[in-house]
Ligand binder design. Structure first.
Ligand SMILES: *Cc1c(COP(=O)(O)O)cnc(C)c1O
Length: 395
């Protein structure tokens, strides 16, 4: 391949040609994404910290202190005073770390030396994120999927039935990817205590809204570290936190869980490393720190509340137009269908009107994530288009 040096101006021209093919959040047309436009402040701060490498924190002690503080602030939202953990690339990396900790804890407790011939099992809801499939493949653990009850939450009775001597962990989800439902975490915590099993809560999506909604009076079940059985929680600032991609976070109750997955890192300034990724940017931590300070608890409460108000507006509007909701939304995610229009036909018609929606796999439905870039005016336009679509289908 010929790759001659080019003028900067030409490079930008070319890059902008590529970029012009991207969708942008501000159009309000992206209705099926769990990400949103990062706040301008987080973009600015991110640029300021691009040089930092949290893989070698001895060289960037200031930025490392930011990472620690970010974890401390986020853990305080989750009722934990002395957290341990890392800012990572996203919810997937955080979940893989948690599963690695759980597996290694089980091996230590049972004095196992070789991880490749053991029948490790993780109990998780059918609604769990696909990152656990990656964890399963990488770590050699079997996923035991639990059916959902009629509220699309993990069925507790089946959890109890599936626990056996090979169970290394239970996973509950606080804000499922497809429908935003919150599993019965308090009950899972009690089971984890009774059976002495590692419990991980995946709050990648819900972690940045549930605590703030609870704060302003929403009736949402408790999913945080005040449940003593929880060992770790995943929470993603790059979803409802308004920070840049890549930013996820794993928070552990005890340092031991990090130690269990730390390997020697001889050529670096710190001699142990737990994250999956080696060289990793501290800019994610700095951008998140800035957003946490800028928004405060009040700012995040307002943000989560306005997304809920828009979600409920959309839910009501859909019902009025004869669409059916899969379930009453618990967070700012909503699944719907029309009883007389095939889902795939409906998706096609919606996309032809230049909206981008996603679909859920269980149950099959059109899935809308009402993120901060979606305003009430966009939802009204969307409803207008749905009425036209119904007309086109002669309904
Ligand atoms: C988005 C999401 C993940 C994965 O997070 P990434 O940042 O995409 O890696 C994991 N779990 C849940 C519940 C999610 O919604």
């Amino acid at each position: 391949m010929k790759n001659e040096a080019l003028e900067e101006e030409y490079i930008f021209k070319k890059l902008n040609e590529f970029k012009s093919k991207d969708l942008n959040y501000s159009s309000g047309r992206i209705l099926g994404s769990m990400c949103s436009e990062p706040h301008p402040l987080s973009k600015k701060v991110f640029m300021d910290f691009l040089d930092s490498n949290m893989g070698d924190p001895g060289l960037f002690k200031g930025t490392k202190a930011i990472e620690d503080e970010v974890i401390k602030i986020m853990a305080s939202f989750l009722s934990l005073d002395k957290p341990h953990g890392n800012i990572v690339t996203g919810g997937s990396e955080a979940n893989i770390m948690a599963m690695r900790s759980a597996r290694n804890l089980y091996m230590e407790r049972n004095n196992l030396k070789n991880q490749w011939n053991e029948p490790f099992e993780v109990i998780l809801p059918k609604s769990a994120h696909f990152s656990f499939k990656k964890a399963s493949d990488i770590l050699g653990i079997k996923l035991i999927e639990i059916n959902l009850n009629d509220e699309y939450k993990m069925d507790i009775k089946s959890v109890k039935e599936k626990i056996n001597k090979n169970t290394i962990a239970i996973v509950g989800v606080a804000g499922t990817t497809e429908l935003g439902m919150i599993d019965p975490i308090e009950e899972l915590s009690q089971i984890a205590i009774d059976k002495n099993i590692y419990l991980h809560v995946d709050a990648a999506f819900g972690g940045f809204s549930i605590p703030f909604l609870k704060d302003i009076g929403y009736d949402i079940p408790n999913f945080d570290f005040s449940n003593e059985g929880i060992s770790s929680i995943t929470i993603d600032p790059h979803k409802m936190g308004l920070t840049i991609i890549p930013t996820g976070c794993i928070i552990y109750r005890e340092k031991k869980y990090l130690d269990l997955i730390s390997v020697d890192s001889p050529y670096l300034t710190v001699k142990k490393q737990a994250t999956i990724v080696g060289t990793r940017s501290g800019a994610s931590s700095a951008a998140t720190w800035a957003m946490l300070k800028y928004m405060g608890k009040e700012g995040y409460s307002q943000l989560a509340n306005s997304c809920m108000i828009n979600t409920n507006f959309l839910a009501d509007a859909l019902l009025k137009e004869g669409f059916s909701l899969i379930t009453k939304p618990q967070l700012n995610i909503l699944g719907f269908n029309h009883p007389k229009i095939d889902m795939n036909d409906l998706v096609k018609a919606i996309e032809e009107k230049s909206w981008r929606v996603s679909t859920s796999s269980y149950p099959k439905a059109i899935r809308i994530v009402v993120m901060p870039h979606i305003k009430n005016t966009h939802l009204r336009e969307f409803m207008r288009d749905l009425r036209e679509i119904k007309n086109d289908f002669n309904i």
